[in-house]
Design a protein around this ligand. Structure first.
Ligand code: SF4
Length: 214
């Protein structure tokens, strides 16, 4: 009984937090992908779980993991609350803004269930080790400043590149993988300068509200 209530809550919450929030459709897509992969003897892609929890679903992570696993998900990455950064806040519907007051509570609750999640799905770190993926190859905390030590490169659908998946407004239209190759973008003095500033705790406006700057 509790399980069907949980699943209904998960489906309803997903539907209310996405423009095309049909979670059953997502599961169908994952199952088809898994079937195709396995039927052809392929190993990749691997399917990983990452998502957002709200105050009403903060204790539902075990149910989400169960239903994800039964639909073919293999790896557990992470769950997060709504993002308090201003470039996210401006696109949230008004009725969701009250969630920003409880983000720490949601994080704590999610973390309390991580053991369950990682004993039922492969932990993301373990997956990366198995695959030889070095998650933080050059990460080094700045001992003097609170800083952002992200070493990622992230591409929006438009091809515009940012150093972080939380940045949705392209900082520089010259950093676009449809116009230049990635090595050129990484060597761009403006890109290097942005990374240098982040590491030294000089955050651009769009970082305001990020947990790394709080
Ligand atoms: S500080 Fe800025 S660049 Fe770093 S993780 Fe946060 S939003 Fe991304």
């Amino acid at each position: 009984m509790w399980r069907s209530q949980s699943i209904r809550l998960i489906l309803e919450t997903f539907a209310s937090s996405r423009l095309d929030g049909d979670l059953e459709k997502v599961w169908r897509g994952i199952r088809k992908l898994r079937e195709y992969r396995d039927a052809n003897g392929y190993v990749y892609p691997k399917i990983s779980l990452k998502g957002t929890l709200f105050s009403n679903t903060k204790t539902e992570l075990p149910s989400i993991v169960d239903v994800a696993k039964s639909n073919g998900v293999e790896v557990f990455e992470s769950f997060q609350p709504l993002n308090p950064m201003k470039n996210y806040v401006r696109i949230y519907p008004k009725e969701k803004l009250q969630e920003l007051a409880v983000i720490d509570e949601v994080v704590q609750s999610a973390h309390a269930d991580y053991d369950y999640a990682t004993s039922n799905l492969q932990p993301f770190r373990e997956f990366c080790q198995t695959e030889g993926i070095d998650l933080f190859p050059t990460t080094k905390a700045n001992p003097k400043f609170k800083n952002c030590d992200e070493t990622w490169i992230y591409s929006l659908l438009s091809g515009d590149v940012t150093p972080c998946c939380q940045i949705k407004d392209p900082p520089n239209r010259n950093w676009n993988i449809f116009k230049r190759n990635i090595a050129d973008i990484l060597d761009d003095p403006d890109y290097e300068s942005l990374r240098f500033n982040l590491w030294n705790g000089i955050f651009p406006d769009y970082c305001e509200g990020c947990w790394k700057t709080r």
